[in-house]
Write a protein that binds this ligand. Structure first.
Ligand code: SF4
Ligand code: SF4
Length: 317
């Protein structure tokens, strides 16, 4: 039976198959909006259950023109997704109506050894991996490169590599970028989010390089500091069209809610056949002030007095 998820075709679909990770990055987006509480604990759900449920999601193809159709994009993320025991099974068995992007740190046991477990990945079409290099966790650049090249040699597309542009380690990040370019992938700096030296990043008027850095969509810095500064929980109306699947199948539209295992979910992928993610309407949230930077881009809010604002619309300050 088909599962209907009410959300526009171009909504971001992110599947968090696990929040576990082999690293403990201090700037991890899982932690930075939860400074006073632990991230939610979720069990592993088997690959068979994920595949059966996701392949049942309806309307995953859209007409592009008379002759061709678009396939639905899906991001398989975490945590570190290769830590899920059925990672390869999930990738191999999601059907061809999905276009899959996996984001990995290329540092788990999945990549260990001459070929790692890469031979288990049989799917080559409709799959790409992005990588993030976390030099502050002690992984050498040589090891990271080795794992990227091993993956490419196994016939798997590695598209973009990211390095977090930590404000205290800019020179190192720039040097590592030069090395990573030799892997033949696009290499981008990822904005540093959260606090360093008491300042909330990203900051206004910082002269970010649009060509080298991943865009964050933040133009309204006063609202960013208010809503994403991790200092309070206030009521606001919020409108978002993310569809985020927690490791237990619970469906959210907000990273903060998923990471905290909030009760504000819209249903469960494994048990519900109809889920409305309320992507086009405002809903009341009482956690404004603790929003996660992953939810900044294009984000539309409305205050209780009815005034609307958007994090991506420029406001001086
Ligand atoms: S590798 Fe990624 S998911 Fe893991 S701790 Fe670092 S930022 Fe978080
Ligand atoms: S206001 Fe912030 S915490 Fe609440 S749903 Fe929106 S993004 Fe999430």
């Amino acid at each position: 039976m088909n599962k209907i998820i009410e959300a526009p075709f171009n909504s971001y679909f992110g599947v968090f198959i696990t929040l576990a990770c082999n690293f403990r990055c201090a700037y991890c987006v899982q932690k930075i909006t939860l400074p006073h509480q632990a991230a939610g604990q979720y069990p592993f759900v088997s690959g068979k259950q994920w595949v059966a449920a996701l392949n049942a999601v309806a309307s995953r193809r859209k007409k592009k023109n008379l002759f061709s159709t678009k396939k639905k994009k899906i991001a398989i993320i975490g945590g570190e997704p290769t830590l899920h025991p059925d990672f390869a099974y999930i990738i191999n068995n999601l059907d061809n109506d999905w276009r899959i992007t996996v984001t990995s740190n290329f540092a788990s046991l999945f990549f260990e050894g001459k070929r790692g477990r890469l031979d288990e990945i049989k799917r080559k079409k409709g799959l790409r991996l992005n990588g993030s290099y976390h030099f502050l966790e002690g992984m050498s650049i040589d090891k990271f490169m080795e794992n990227v090249l091993k993956t490419k040699k196994a016939g798997i597309t590695v598209d973009t590599l990211f390095i977090v542009m930590h404000p205290e380690h800019k020179d190192q990040a720039s040097r590592y970028r030069e090395v990573l370019l030799k892997a033949g992938c696009e290499v981008k700096f990822q904005r540093f989010y959260g606090y360093a030296h008491g300042k909330l990043y990203p900051v206004a008027q910082a002269n970010y390089d649009k060509n080298l850095e991943q865009s964050d969509g933040i133009r309204n810095y006063p609202a960013y500091r208010e809503g994403f500064g991790q200092g309070r929980h206030a009521p606001v109306y919020c409108k978002m069209n993310n569809v985020l699947f927690a490791p237990n199948g619970d469906v959210y539209n907000c990273h903060y809610k998923l990471y905290t295992k909030s009760e504000d979910k819209f249903g469960n992928l494994f048990t519900d056949d109809y889920i409305n993610t309320k992507s086009s309407e405002y809903f009341l949230c009482r956690d404004y002030g603790s929003c996660n930077p992953c939810d900044a881009e294009g984000h539309q809010f409305k205050r209780l007095d009815g005034s609307e604002f958007n994090i991506s619309q420029y406001v001086e300050g």
